[in-house]
Ligand binder design. Sequence first.
Ligand SMILES: [Zn+2]
Ligand SMILES: [Zn+2]
Length: 128
Amino acid sequence: MELKSTKSRNEILSFLQKQNSPVTANLIFEKLMNKKITLSTIYRTLETFSKNGIVKKEIMQNGTAVYFLVPQEHLHILECKKCHNTIKLKYCPYDTANSKIKKETNFQVDEENVVIYGLCQNCNKKSN
Ligand SMILES: [Zn+2]
Ligand SMILES: [Zn+2]
């Protein structure tokens, strides 16, 4: 279950990154139909993201909610698997890894996981 939700979050984020204008949850649902993400997961994810300032939610005149990514230069988010707190990362943790890959295999990475999962300081302390 954990795995599934982590995967859908990354799918939703990378979809939002490719959009030039705000989109509705329904549109995301339709476009990601083949990823089998439920509409309620999309809503829940968008709410979490907007609470954390990653996504901005706006209500249009007809009452429809639209969502768009808050512009950031290059975004990575650390999310705690236990308490679901998020931390925005100001640098790309893949930078060195990508150039190493390029050097060794000549493979150009152009898709990275935006959300990185683990345990936050608090939850890490508790489990020790
Ligand atoms: Zn935590
Ligand atoms: Zn990156």
